[in-house]
Design a protein. Structure first.
Length: 196
């Protein structure tokens, strides 16, 4: 397969790009399946039940239905967040064509898996879902609750799920990579040649 060129003239093998795409896709798939499985198990065992204490005074599982974004931000704006999530999925898939960096492959895998997990809820779960409404107002299932008083600065920690965690972790890593100058194409801002 014909080699590609990164900034500085370093050849990038097509096989390496394929491996990076595979890492992105596998990570996204694992997170997506984990999100669906945990939500299904929690709904079958905990919906309508008292919270399940995992670590007394620190962590419990409690089912809530969130119409907002990750970590219950922007509740009541489900319609907007549905289209944002769909846009994020499309943007990640398009961006993957330029992917030449392992850290960015992991970052995009985290973001894609999380976005797909919550988007599935928005499209298919109550009170919406295909065939029942054209408003795309399904609620995201959240269940992980960190109890207040366990962090010195934070008084409130929203209930979240596996997809939310992936989105937040991916977002943090993306900010760090951008701040350090690492580009999706494998180059580093201000440096010649390949970065990762």
């Amino acid at each position: 397969m014909r080699g590609l060129q990164a900034e500085g003239g370093t050849p990038v093998a097509g096989g390496r790009r394929g491996r990076l795409i595979a890492v992105l896709a596998c990570l996204a798939a694992v997170l997506y399946v984990s999100d669906l499985v945990t939500k299904t198990v929690v709904l079958r065992t905990l919906e309508g039940e008292p919270p399940l204490v995992v670590i007394p005074g620190v962590l419990q599982f409690r089912v809530i239905f969130n119409s907002g974004a990750a970590f219950s931000i922007g509740t009541g704006m489900t319609f907007v967040f549905t289209f944002i999530a769909a846009g994020v999925v499309v943007a990640i898939i398009r961006t993957a064509r330029k992917l030449r960096s392992m850290p960015w492959a992991i970052t995009l895998g985290l973001l894609l898996g999380g976005a797909l997990g919550n988007l599935t809820d928005r499209l298919l779960r109550y009170p919406s879902g295909f065939g029942r409404s054209t408003q795309f107002q399904g609620h995201v299932v959240d269940f992980v609750e960190v109890l207040p008083g366990n962090f010195p600065v934070i008084d409130y920690f929203p209930v979240f799920n596996v997809a939310d965690s992936a989105i937040v972790c991916g977002g943090i890593v993306a900010v760090v990579l951008a701040w350090r100058g690492y580009q999706i194409d494998g180059t580093r801002e201000g440096k010649s040649g390949r970065a990762a």
